[in-house]
Design a protein around this ligand. Structure first.
Ligand code: ATP
Ligand code: MG
Length: 402
């Protein structure tokens, strides 16, 4: 098996310095999981036929399967089947797979004595689960490996482990060692692929975290890559575009603007914010009327709605509007919209929007938190629900039909 230089550094460290806890944090697609899957298997193999227990932790059983077990099967050349306790045999030992995302996940690991653990995507795990697993690894020579993408620098994975890089126990044994990966470390990736990821990763926080692997706090304007010279078009230009699909996004509001945005998609998969409706102090009947006008002109299109008001969604449905619960994952949604602004796949019809023009430059990150300030977000939220739901439901359909 071949490894890139950063991965070799990690393996050398494991061999020579034997840290008890080793963390690989950094960029997406950098090769962190790959090297730690190998290191974890090698660690289990050291205890061949000892009948010991090991822990494999991930956010969900599905993510453990997708991120680790599938690759392990490739290395082992056999299928891994989990038993009723979500465990499998590896080199005469037992590996227990625990999903660790929830506040009560730590209970699964209680009472265990483990000779090692691999925690995948550590920031997606509950802090109490991470700590419980570490304290369960009490067998002599036990090792804990973790991989993760960076998040806010105040995250406990950063403050409790990565910031303690180099920490030693009283006997001199290295306790914690942290490695940082960038996308450029993975020399196995195709050059064009790396360039396309660079081009589509939004500037600022997303680029710093996903490409450079740095634990930066969010700051400043959310949609930094929006460029008025490149992301606006004029409504005259719409006639020359071959639209293949339309959908809408809806954000309910009373004191804030309630909004509907209409999105069109052309035959080259470019997205257009065609029309914005933003009004304060309007009852649901008004929004039903507006949605109906859109349906009369553009067909029976889906309306991806803010789920904060199920009663309004119900009213839409009673009026035979195809109202669908919007997907509201904030960071993931912002990342998709920001990426489309950067690649200019998403354009806005300048003369059909008003509130958008103000919000796009005033929608900012909350200082030190991985969330935007809840202001100047009325049109931008319905835009995000619309775009992110369309992508997410679309991908799920593709996955399920496979
Ligand atoms: N040594 C290697 N040899 C061959 N392919 C590799 C190697 N290391 C990594 N890869 C490949 O590179 C891709 C990214 O690796 P991996 O999944 O380990 O990245 P990651 O850092 O865990 O990314 P993410 O943060 O997105 O989970 C995978 O397709 C993986 O198979
Ligand atoms: Mg990974």
């Amino acid at each position: 098996m071949k490894f890139h230089n950063k991965q070799l550094e990690v393996l050398r460290c494991i061999k020579n310095e034997k840290p008890k806890i080793l963390i690989c944090s950094g960029a997406k697609r950098a090769g962190k999981t790959f090297v730690l899957t190998f290191a974890f298997m090698a660690h289990v193999a050291k205890y061949e036929n000892k009948g010991l227990s090991f822990i494999l932790g991930g956010a969900t059983q599905a993510s453990i399967r997708r991120n680790i077990l599938d690759d392990m099967e490739g290395v082992l050349g056999r299928e891994i089947k989990l038993n009723k306790s979500n465990a499998f045999d590896l080199f005469g030992n037992k590996v227990y797979c625990f999903d660790g995302a929830n506040s009560d996940s730590y209970k699964k690991a209680r009472g265990f004595t483990a000779a090692g653990a691999f925690l995948n995507e550590a920031t997606t795990l509950h802090d109490t689960f991470v700590k419980e697993v570490i304290s369960r690894c009490s067998y002599t020579g036990a090792r804990i490996y973790m991989d993760t993408n960076p998040e806010n620098p105040t995250h406990s994975v950063k403050t409790d482990y990565i910031d303690k890089d180099g920490q030693r126990l009283k006997n001199g044994q290295l306790n914690i060692k942290a490695f940082n990966f960038t996308l450029y470390d993975n020399s196995f990736l195709d050059n064009e692929y790396v360039q396309s990821i660079e081009a589509s990763t939004p500037s600022g926080m997303f680029f710093d975290r996903d490409i450079l692997g740095i634990w930066v706090a969010s700051e400043g304007v959310v949609y930094q890559d929006f460029d008025k010279n490149k992301n606006y078009i004029n409504s005259d230009e719409l006639d020359n575009i071959n639209f293949v699909k339309y959908f809408a996004g809806t954000d309910w509001g009373w004191e804030h603007y309630g909004t509907i945005v209409l999105i069109g998609v052309d035959d080259r998969n470019n997205y257009y914010l065609i029309k914005e409706i933003a009004k304060k102090h309007k009852h649901i009947e008004y929004w039903i009327d507006e949605a109906k006008k859109i349906i009369d002109k553009y067909g029976d299109i889906p309306f991806y709605c803010d789920t904060a008001r199920p009663d309004y969604i119900k009213k839409f449905r009673e009026a035979r509007i195809k109202a669908i619960d919007g997907r509201k994952d904030v960071i993931a949604g912002i990342s998709e919209v920001a990426s489309m602004f950067k690649t200019r796949k998403l354009k806005v019809v300048e003369d059909n929007v008003d509130i958008f023009k103000i919000e796009i430059y005033n929608y900012v990150w909350k200082d030190g938190k991985d969330e935007p300030v809840k202001q100047y977000d009325d049109v931008l939220d319905s835009l995000r629900y619309a775009i992110y739901s369309d992508l997410k439901y679309g991908r799920e359909r593709t996955y399920n039909s496979r």
